[in-house]
Write a protein that binds this ligand. Structure first.
Ligand code: SF4
Length: 469
């Protein structure tokens, strides 16, 4: 089997299992209010603009088909991409894991003689812990996306794929700016426009004086070697055009075969993610354009466990993800716990199926259970990833205690023997009636009922009802 993402580097593993982290998050009423407000707003906007598209389901099917085709031909498409990027004057690097990717980027920044980089929002660089690696090498990373900047200044962790500071409200953001932003106006209000203006002033000098930028990529077109970044604030456009050196770190699954395929995703992504009809800023670049924009263009193709995901015929659907975050915004679990409880940079339903596969299920064994299996994520996903199916698939791979296998074998035996089954029903009813609250099972089954109520036993079982007739 191909290697999974190595431990000790990057942000794919939490410090504690999901249930423990979730329990703590559930006690934070402010967090729950912030999350409910934000996800409800995004859901409403997104639902309205999706309702305007008569062929939305056909678009979803097209997106799923393009991704399935790309995964089936991934090695071929990546080599085609490498050839096209090199032909356009760019340089392609292959990184087997986070350690290699961090080493490549750090080396490139040093070679450019820079001690500061400006960053476009990128999940891949968060996944590999690039900021920490750069800082360890004496290089200052500056996040330029507003929400990422809030997270960075607050020495916080992102909690949403698209809105990393979703757990913060306006008043909290104002406090962070007043505390951490050099030269900020002490009379700063918590009006969104005032906060954005403060960030813009803070970043302006960075944009004009930083010679190296690091980005991710939403898509890479194999036939042309074109990379694409979609964003809402214009900070990405500044990073992609102003510096002398541009380094893009991209998960290998972001490749799509043809330019025309972009048409499908550029319709799906903005409506499913931010609830916009089209993306405010869509930047595309193909290698180097002499005399215009960065003259050193690098593409780092990151595996970090993706080959292992691809090797699983069921699990590989997770690689279709276009990081729109629609599944987070509809998930009843995410809405209550927030993103930090998942322990990985990929929270919510997609995180519950992607992180365990990238790290190996044993390292994130509680995440496939971080779901009620309600299926809202599957309905919302613009590329039709069957997340509930993946969750069940991964639950089967998670390590299970021996006692569970014994209990299941006993249950199977009981159900196979009618008299025993009827006796078990009678015993269960008696024990429930005798129990203190009648709502939980005794140990070792109490774990199952720790977060579930057992229904009250019916007055009559089906067998009793049938026997009377
Ligand atoms: S799994 Fe689907 S809904 Fe969730 S972030 Fe990825 S593309 Fe969006």
């Amino acid at each position: 089997m191909p290697a999974t993402a190595p431990p000790g580097v990057g942000h794919l593993r939490g410090d504690e299992p999901f249930p423990a982290a979730a329990r703590r998050a559930l006690g934070d009423a402010q967090l729950r209010r912030n999350l409910r407000h934000a996800t409800t707003t995004i859901r409403g906007k997104s639902g309205a603009v999706i309702g305007e598209v008569p062929d939305w389901q056909e678009l979803r099917a097209a997106g799923a088909a393009i991704k399935a085709d790309a995964m089936a031909r991934l090695p071929e498409l990546l080599e085609q991409l490498e050839t096209a990027v090199a032909a356009a004057g760019g340089t392609v690097h292959w990184a087997a894991d986070a350690v290699e990717a961090n080493g490549i980027v750090t080396g490139l920044v040093r070679a450019a003689g820079a001690d500061r980089v400006m960053k476009v929002k990128s999940m891949a660089t968060q996944e590999i812990g690039l900021n920490e690696a750069l800082e360890a090498a004496g290089i200052e990373p500056v996040e330029t996306d507003l929400a990422e900047l809030i997270v960075q200044l607050g020495r916080d962790k992102p909690s949403h794929i698209l809105v990393p500071a979703i757990h913060r409200n306006r008043a909290e953001i104002r406090e962070i700016f007043l505390r951490e932003m050099p030269g900020v106006d002490p009379g700063l209000t918590d009006e969104p426009a005032a906060l954005a203006a403060a960030a813009r002033r803070h970043l302006r000098q960075t944009f004009l004086s930083t010679r190296v930028a690091v980005s991710g990529a939403n898509f890479a077109v194999a036939e042309t070697g074109t990379l694409a970044v979609v964003e809402s604030e214009g900070n990405g456009r500044m990073c992609l055009t102003l510096p002398e050196t541009l380094i893009t770190v991209m998960g290998v699954e972001k490749v799509i075969p043809t330019w025309r395929d972009l048409e499908v995703f550029l319709q799906l992504l903005p409506r499913a993610s931010t609830g916009e009809r089209m993306n405010p800023y869509t930047s595309m670049w193909t290698g180097v354009t002499p005399g215009d924009g960065p003259q050193q263009v690098h593409l780092v193709l990151l595996d970090n466990g993706r080959s292992a995901v691809l090797a699983d015929e069921v699990g590989r659907q997770a690689l279709h993800c276009i990081r729109c975050s629609a599944c987070l915004n509809v998930c009843p679990v995410y809405e209550r716990t927030g993103g930090h409880a998942y322990g990985s940079v990929y929270p919510g339903p997609i995180g519950a199926v992607l992180s365990p596969q990238l790290t190996g299920v044993a390292d994130n064994a509680s995440l496939p259970y971080a779901s009620s299996l309600c299926g809202a994520c599957y309905d919302a996903c613009p590329v039709m990833i069957n997340i509930p199916e993946l969750l069940v698939h991964l639950r089967a791979q998670a390590p299970h205690p021996k006692s569970e296998a014994v209990a299941m074998a006993a249950a199977a035996y009981t159900m196979d023997h009618p008299a025993l089954y009827a006796a078990a029903q009678r015993a269960a009813k008696l024990s429930r009636l005798a129990g203190p609250r009648g709502r939980g099972l005794p140990p070792p089954l109490s774990g199952w009922t720790a977060s579930r109520d057992l229904p009250n036993p019916p007055p009559q079982t089906f067998r009793q009802w049938w026997a009377e007739r």
